[in-house]
Design a protein around this ligand. Structure first.
Ligand code: MN
Ligand code: MN
Length: 453
């Protein structure tokens, strides 16, 4: 059995310092667009060049160079070019930067009982009751007809939030049910003041005037992406501050650690790639999800600037790659032990979790990693003294989940699920252990330097 990692860290300063940066990242980046922008800003500060610019200027790339590409402001791929040709394979760490939330509808504004309301449609797997009676913020972008963009963030300063009301227990009939909110009833209260001189819809009119000051018309919500997310910062959790509570740690904990790790890579043997994708929570669909051809196209463009592109070389490069599908897994929960098999599931403070397979029931939908690949990983992680645990997610037949692993495996590459254990995953506020966050970062640094066989 793996030991509790706090015993390994006699000096916890490096763990706590790293996690302070992580908490700041979580607090400031609550949408895929915000995370993508964070990645680009960090990449540019660390000497990564924009692929698009290099292509336009007909520049070339060589070993040691760093380059990034952005897809529709919602997914990012970063590369450090290796000394070996692309055909020898890449070491790829991929995470997703979308998280469960409530999206505003295209026609969100309406009035009810003297309130101006905002209608939402939830995104990803949520327990709907959790989203009522708590402070929410709105984050997103509105694109005007002329193409100009208005960044829209409300609810992250200390004195203003929005939210969804819940029914008082006094008026609840029948036994208490845990999730009795309908998706259609997740309506945000936007305001309660009336525009006196408006003919009708006085409450909506009042809010429309406020939006007008920001340059927003009612019809603009059609060309907008506004997400309602939990308001407030990520914080230390526990009397010992050993944990972090924050929104969207699935999967921004793996996004942040993978991104920080690639910043440390200099002159690798094989080309390394950190991939941050969107839409995982709804099946990796769409142009910015993992099922899109964008990643493959981007690798082709990078190879082209290295003078290595051919259709066959691209296929070989992807086929021979190694990938960590870095996504969170469920930690054994002391309040819900019945859902877990503590002997085979992940625990806090035991390091990064490797799930050989995910899926549900008889491993349905799983990417089942090869033991030959796992052996290589064990060797490298032991060499670098990285703590890891070999886990499953929940009891057999309890349920299950998927990641982007099986999509990347379609290229024929070796893929395994690897990530940080999380308590109350998909809740508004998710919990991780600081040592696991730090060991995940160390694991990704080690992985980027693996020699591909
Ligand atoms: Mn995830
Ligand atoms: Mn998820």
């Amino acid at each position: 059995m793996e030991t509790n990692l706090w015993e390994k860290y006699k000096d916890t300063k490096e763990v706590f310092d790293f996690c302070d940066g992580y908490k700041e990242f979580l607090s400031n980046n609550k949408t895929e667009r915000e995370c993508a922008k964070f990645a680009v800003d960090l990449a540019e500060k660390n000497g990564f060049q924009n692929l698009q610019t290099l292509m336009e200027q007909k520049k070339t790339l060589k070993a040691g160079d760093k380059v990034y590409a952005v897809n529709m402001d919602k997914s990012v791929a970063l590369f450090v070019i290796g000394t070996m040709p692309f055909e020898s394979g890449l070491n790829i760490v991929g995470a997703h930067i979308d998280s469960p939330r409530l999206d505003l509808k295209a026609k969100p504004l309406y009035e009810s009982q003297g309130f101006c309301m905002l209608d939402t449609h939830y995104y990803g797997g949520i327990k709907k009751y959790q989203w009522t009676a708590s402070p929410l913020a709105l984050h997103g972008v509105i694109v005007k007809k002329d193409g100009s963009k208005i960044d829209f963030v409300v609810g992250e300063n200390d004195d203003q939030v929005v939210g969804i009301s819940d029914l008082l227990p006094h008026l609840e009939k029948g036994p208490e049910k845990k999730d009795e909110i309908n998706g259609e009833d997740l309506n945000i209260i936007a305001g309660n003041m009336a525009k006196v001189d408006a003919k009708d819809n006085k409450f909506k009119a009042f809010i429309l005037d406020i939006l007008k000051e920001k340059g927003i018309e009612e019809d603009d919500f059609f060309s907008a992406e506004i997400e309602a997310v939990p308001a407030g910062k990520a914080r230390d959790f526990g009397l010992d501050k050993s944990m972090i509570i924050g929104y969207g740690q699935d999967d921004r904990v793996c996004a942040y650690t993978g991104l920080m790790a690639i910043m440390k890579v200099e002159n690798p043997t094989h080309t390394v790639c950190n991939l941050l994708v969107d839409k995982e929570e709804i099946g990796s669909v769409g142009a910015t999800g993992m099922h899109s051809k964008w990643f493959e196209n981007t690798v082709a463009e990078v190879m082209n600037l290295c003078g290595e592109y051919s259709e066959l070389a691209l296929r070989r490069a992807l086929n021979r790659s190694n990938m960590l599908s870095s996504d969170v897994t469920a930690a054994v929960d002391p309040n819900f032990t019945a859902a877990f098999n503590p002997a085979t599931d992940a625990h806090f403070a035991k390091g990064i979790s490797f799930n050989k397979f995910t899926g549900a029931y008889g491993k349905s939908g799983a990417n089942d990693a090869n033991p030959e690949f796992i052996a290589t990983l064990r060797q490298k992680l032991d060499e670098e003294n990285v703590a890891f645990q070999a886990t499953e997610m929940g009891k057999v037949d309890q349920g299950g989940g998927g990641t982007i692993a099986y999509i990347m495996a379609k290229f024929g590459m070796n893929v395994i699920d690897a990530g940080v254990p999380v308590l109350n995953m998909h809740a508004r506020w998710e919990i991780t252990s600081k040592v696991d966050v730090y060991e995940a970062y160390r694991a990704y640094v080690a992985f980027y330097n693996i020699k591909i066989k």
